[in-house]
Design a protein around this ligand. Structure first.
Ligand code: MGD
Ligand code: MGD
Ligand code: MO
Length: 922
């Protein structure tokens, strides 16, 4: 150790690292010092308020709190002197006086009771406080029993400093002080987002998962074992631990993974019980002959036997495969298509595309990435030769400017958002570019609330400014890019002064943000669906790439381009080849040499032409050009635009095989339904938005006859004439690794050991590359390419008949089509019904009361739902989340496609708002 501090700990000469506290040094050297208000976890600042960790320092009159005190050279510290021990016992006795008796402890396994027992403190000489705070059981996930609160302040730090939600505070002084939520509201009425960080931090059980308590506040079921795994929801890839009793998940804890450092959000922590839903599919099902597809959606997912009959696996697989083979052999391979899943593992994605390519014989294989970042990936592949992020999201810790455009991380990537908020607190300047207000606005230096659909105008205004004002990095442009002159020529007309009229942001502000970004030492851009889900989504992303290349804001610490990936394995599924134009690792299927190498590896021919994309496949099915489909873990009857059309297409298919965990709106149209295991019921690797490959482990047994996806895919493959014999996902992974240079250095065995490795990773001793492209790009010339974009309006603009802009998206508690989260008790209790969000001014103008049922209509359909006043909405725009089947937003959306990414314009169409109670009154 350089500059180590030599001091004496309990009579031994030891060394502390600079900045290390006595508590930390002691802990590292194996000496445990009691602690309550101190949480040795990343992001937690020691506070030294509870005095449970007092130690004696020779020559000092008073004892010192070891969690905040750093040793000095030559200091003599005694952690176990009688004086220190007596003082610590006194503290525990004082605290014990106010605690519920041990037999009535909410959490007998809490840190408080652990230390009380270790120190042999069983009762107290001191009187208890007369008034005991009442329990607050208002929240479905978090039980609040402040009679156990010791005011150690950890929950306040958890809420304010770690997750930066600013809900919990300390009110009152001295003896009167207490923990409050907002203005002493009941927990459920507060602005709490239920991330549970406070629960995980609480050392006494004053804040606990409600799932672990009985109604009287006493412990209920207790976990008997724990399994380390991952969160099944978003692309952040939080590591977590499932706590299990009797094959049921009782609770979930955050783990110290690279992407989350013990943090979780409400879905990861409290959204797990969908796996125990009584509506899980447990038996293979075959459509009954008396159940026509025209009335498919009459089926009740809780009782499918009105439309389906149960079958053995043998029979169901036979019917499933025979139907597919028949279509292949009579109408040709391109009459078939497959939708794989970004909720399945890498191995499952790899096997699925291999099945479609070699068993069906077509490249008609796609997945939800098409509705998601397809346009971003198209622009990134074209511009920098790689579709993944150039740096992990936590690089923002090293940025001084952070742009968030068309993404709402506090809702959709809540744990990533905590690191962005941490950066803002540290002083980084956040610039939010979004037509709607959102959770990060409060932390932002600037919020550019521009007109929806005008990103190219705003961004071209910035590009123009940077070039015109000489703010580019000429050395970077010269060395690492091509096409600058063309970009310059094509953006000269886009002055901020002219763009102001298009996007609604004052020219001076456009210039200010351009300068801020260009002159930052390190700046990072995050983007999401507001950028990608447009008919000009690829152009939007091209502009973001151009900004980074002009200024050299890529390839260094704190810089980068980060399209926040959505599903937990959308990065991995795309890497594994679940895409119609690419074989694994984005190798073009049209390239004969590449095809040869895969044909050699797989022993089968691969069709030379790229396949159709998601929306194109649905259109082909509607026309009758595609008549058979295999859909695994995807719910297009809810997630694709223009639902009426999609559902007609699904009903027209001669043969539809759906592999699911629930009887979804899509499965309702199936001829055969194959019951799959859910995330915690199987092993597999998953790749998060940061390119981190991580291991998900089987924690519980699947219900009934549900089988792992990889097993089912293999059974279908073998019935289509392929001879596969994988006996565990690791074998599929190793085969895939042999074909994918990006993960060459990440063996399954290494994954099991390390839990997480970042790709690209070339060899067993390559630690994995986090910030990439510092020395060039994986393009033919090694240089990145500028691609200029012109201004195009959205496909369908508001007009007299449809005066509003409808934009769609998500809410924190629900996942996409709701298949999982509407069956997660806590999540559905928090957001149980659909709302259309309108600006308060628009509500007043239309004479609509909040809570009133309205009808929203577009040229494609209409749905009825309640109105909600939302101050984040700009006037003239309405927002509907697409998770509610009873008011499915995608009946309304426009299927018009971006020509490059083939992504539909889910963020913009023209809509009308109608009052329904008027009709009732008439
Ligand atoms: N709770 C929850 N989290 C999720 C998901 C979920 O279903 N629920 N889904 C996951 C998936 S797959 C994905 S892809 C991500 C998506 O995560 P995000 O990309 O954050 O997705 P959205 O909420 O769809 O849209 C983001 C923002 O785009 C803005 N926007 C609308 N129109 C425009 C525009 O024209 N320009 C710009 N710049 N912005 C616009 C909206 O106001 C909104 O704030 O979330 C992931 N995380
Ligand atoms: N209007 C509108 N529409 C949109 C969007 C939008 O912003 N607005 N966003 C788009 C985006 S970004 C995306 S990513 C798509 C998402 O669209 P989808 O992928 O269709 O949506 P999910 O609800 O996530 O569907 C996943 C399905 O997998 C099932 N599942 C979960 N785990 C497993 C498993 O282990 N095995 C199997 N076999 N099945 C499993 C779930 O029950 C669920 O039905 O939606 C798109 N649609
Ligand atoms: Mo997505």
């Amino acid at each position: 150790m350089t500059d180590a501090i030599r001091f004496t700990l309990d009579g031994h000469e030891v060394e502390a690292a600079p900045g290390e506290t006595i508590w930390q040094a002691a802990q590292r050297l194996g000496t445990e010092i009691p602690h309550l208000c101190h949480k040795p976890s990343p992001g937690y600042r020691p506070d030294g308020n509870c005095r449970a960790c007092m130690v004696e320092i020779e020559g000092e009159r008073t004892l010192a709190a070891s969690c905040i005190r750093q040793p000095a050279v030559g200091m003599k510290v005694k952690t176990a002197s009688e004086r220190a021990k007596a003082s610590r016992r006194m503290i525990f006795e004082l605290l014990l006086a106010d605690q519920p008796a041990q037999e009535k402890a909410h959490d007998p396994a809490s840190s408080f009771w652990h230390w009380a027992q270790a120190m042999d403190v069983a009762d107290s000489r001191f009187p208890a406080r007369p008034a005991r705070p009442k329990p607050d059981s208002s929240h479905p996930a978090i039980a609040v029993n402040l009679d156990a609160c010791i005011q150690c302040n950890l929950c306040v730090r958890a809420c304010r400093e770690v997750q930066v939600n600013d809900v919990i505070g300390m009110a009152g002084r001295g003896h009167e002080s207490e923990i409050v939520f907002d203005f002493a509201d009941p927990m459920d009425d507060s602005t709490c987002v239920a991330c549970g960080e406070c629960v995980q931090a609480c050392p006494t059980g004053a804040l606990m998962p409600a799932s672990l308590l009985k109604e009287d506040g006493l412990p209920g079921k207790q976990p008997e074992r724990e399994v380390d795994s991952l969160c099944p929801y978003c692309g952040v890839g939080c590591q977590l631990t499932f706590q299990i009793e009797d094959n049921r998940i009782l609770a979930v804890k955050g783990r110290d993974g690279p992407a989350n450092h013990n943090r979780l959000c409400v879905k990861g922590r409290y959204g797990f019980d969908y796996v125990h839903s009584p509506e899980r599919l447990t038996k293979p099902l075959i459509r009954r002959e008396d159940a026509p597809k025209a009335r498919a959606l009459d089926v009740d997912p809780a009782n499918p036997l009105t439309h389906f009959r149960e079958a053995s696996w043998e029979e169901a697989l036979e019917v499933a495969a025979t139907g597919l083979a028949r279509i292949r052999d009579t109408h040709g391979p391109d009459a078939l298509a497959g939708f794989g899943s970004a909720k399945g593992s890498n191995e499952e994605a790899y096997l699925f595309q291999k099945l479609v390519r070699t068993g069906f014989g077509t490249n008609n294989i796609d997945h939800c990435t098409r509705l998601c970042h397809a346009s971003s990936v198209a622009a990134l592949m074209e511009g920098i030769g790689s579709g993944a992020v150039t740096a992990p999201f936590y690089e923002c810790a090293n940025s001084d400017v952070i742009i968030i455009i068309g993404a709402t991380p506090t809702v959709n990537h809540p744990v990533a958002a905590t690191f962005i908020k941490n950066a803002a607190k540290r002083g980084a300047k956040l610039v939010v570019m979004d037509p709607r207000g959102q959770g990060l606005t409060r932390h932002a230096h600037l919020h550019l609330q521009f007109r929806g659909g005008t990103d190219v105008a705003l961004l071209n205004g910035m590009i123009h400014t940077i070039i015109e004002e000489g703010l580019t990095d000429p050395a970077y442009i010269e060395r690492f890019t091509e096409g600058f002159e063309e970009l310059k020529a094509r953006t000269t007309a886009f002055t901020p002064e002219r763009m102001e009229g298009v996007c609604g942001i004052p020219a001076a502000t456009i210039r200010e943000v351009a300068r801020l970004y260009a002159q930052a030492k390190a700046a990072m851009i995050f983007w999401g669906m507001g950028v990608s889900q447009h008919t000009h989504g690829t152009d939007n992303a091209r502009c973001l790439i151009a900004l980074a290349l002009l200024t050299g804001q890529v390839g260094r610490p704190g810089t980068g381009l980060h399209p926040l990936r959505g599903q937990n394995n959308v990065q991995g599924a795309s890497d594994a080849g679940l895409i119609p134009m690419f074989l694994p690792d984005y190798r073009p299927v049209g390239d004969a040499e590449i095809r040869d190498s895969f044909e050699a590896a797989w022993g089968r021919d691969i069709a030379p032409h790229a396949g159709l994309t998601v929306v194109e496949i649905m259109n082909a099915a509607h026309r009758g050009d595609i008549s058979g489909m295999y859909i695994m873990g995807e719910n297009p009857a809810m997630s694709d635009p223009d639902q009426s059309h999609v559902r007609e297409a699904l009903a027209k298919l001669d043969h539809l095989v759906v592999q699911e965990i629930f009887l979804t709106e899509t499965a309702a149209f199936a001829d055969v339904i194959l019951p799959a295991t859910a995330f915690p019921e199987k092993d597999g690797s998953f790749t998060n938005t940061n390119r981190q490959v991580q291991i998900g482990r089987k924690a519980i047994d699947a219900p009934g006859d549900a089988r792992p996806d990889w097993w089912i895919i293999q059974e279908i493959a073998n019935r289509l004439g392929l001879r596969w014999h994988y006996s565990h996902p690791r074998e599929a992974y190793e085969e895939m690794r042999g074909l994918m240079p990006s993960i060459r250095g990440i063996s399954w065995e290494r994954l099991e050991r390390a839990g997480s490795v970042t790709y690209p990773c070339d060899s067993a001793d390559d630690p994995g590359q986090e910030v990439i492209f510092g020395d060039g790009f994986p393009t033919e010339s090694g240089k990145a390419r500028f691609v200029a974009a012109d201004i195009l309006p959205p496909d369908e603009m508001p007009d007299k008949d449809y005066p509003f802009v409808l934009t769609t998206g998500r809410v924190l508690e629900h996942w996409h089509t709701g298949a999982m989260t509407r069956r997660a008790t806590v999540l559905d209790a928090i957001e149980p019904e659909p709302f259309c969000h309108l600006s308060p001014a628009d509500l007043v103008a239309a004479g609509i009361e909040p809570g009133e049922t309205i009808r929203v209509r577009t040229r494609r359909g209409a749905i009825a739902l309640k109105a909600r006043a939302d101050t984040d909405m700009p006037s003239g725009t309405i927002f509907i989340p697409f998770c509610y089947a009873e008011a499915a937003a995608n009946f309304l959306t426009n299927p018009a496609l971006d020509p490059f990414g083939k992504i539909p314009e889910l963020k913009f169409c023209a809509a009308r708002v109608e009052r329904t109670n008027l009709e009732a009154a008439e």
